[in-house]
Design a protein around this ligand. Structure first.
Ligand code: FE2
Ligand code: FE2
Length: 193
């Protein structure tokens, strides 16, 4: 239905998600769309694809564990042991299924960017990398090192993605959370480039 994704699709998605999202989350979403737009221009990616993925990436972020599991069941989402234990990581997969089933998004690159923005993965496409990174550098983000990462993002996409993956792993280890193997595999792949 929304294939190919164009300006009207983006406007429609933006309008329909706003009432369903917390204000802060919606602001973050617009920030990710902005950051992703800048990177799309810089690296020659499709701005409509990055915008659609940005708008929908955190659609399920504020869902409770129960809500997430209802969607896992409803759309037969494949999970794994880590995702079941660290259920907050599921919001990417759930949002990707909602994007496909409820927003009619058929573009595989957009769906994968939504699905894997939580962990990254080995073999990310340009759109996936842009969304993964934009989540960390959108204008609303403030943390030590964000300016360096913003600068690096405009200079070398892969190096910036590597830095974001490293930051994530350090955070996960420091806070005693479960590390998803996709994050490790993504980082190893970027390191070996
Ligand atoms: Fe997220
Ligand atoms: Fe996000």
């Amino acid at each position: 239905m929304h294939n190919p994704i164009d300006r009207d699709t983006i406007k429609l998605i933006e309008k329909s998600i706003e009432p369903h999202m917390k204000k802060k989350r919606f602001q973050h979403t617009l920030g990710v769309m902005e950051a992703a737009g800048t990177l799309a221009k810089q690296y020659g990616a499709d701005i409509y694809k990055t915008s659609a993925a940005a708008l929908l990436h955190d659609y399920a972020k504020d869902f409770s564990k129960e809500e997430l599991l209802i969607y896992v069941e409803k759309y037969s989402i494949e999970t794994d042991h880590i995702l079941e234990l660290a259920h907050q990581l599921l919001h990417g997969k759930v949002a990707a299924s909602i994007a496909a089933h409820e927003f009619g998004i058929e573009d595989e690159e957009v769906l994968l960017a939504i699905e894997y923005h939580t962990t990254g993965r080995k073999g990310m496409s340009m759109v996936e990398k842009i969304i993964y990174l934009s989540d960390f550098i959108e204008p609303g983000r403030e943390y030590p090192g964000v300016e360096t990462l913003r600068k690096l993002a405009l200079e070398d996409l892969d190096k910036a993605v590597l830095q974001a993956l490293t930051n994530t792993m350090i955070y996960v280890l420091r806070t005693g959370k479960l590390l998803h193997h996709n994050t490790l595999e993504a980082r190893n792949e970027m390191l070996m480039k």
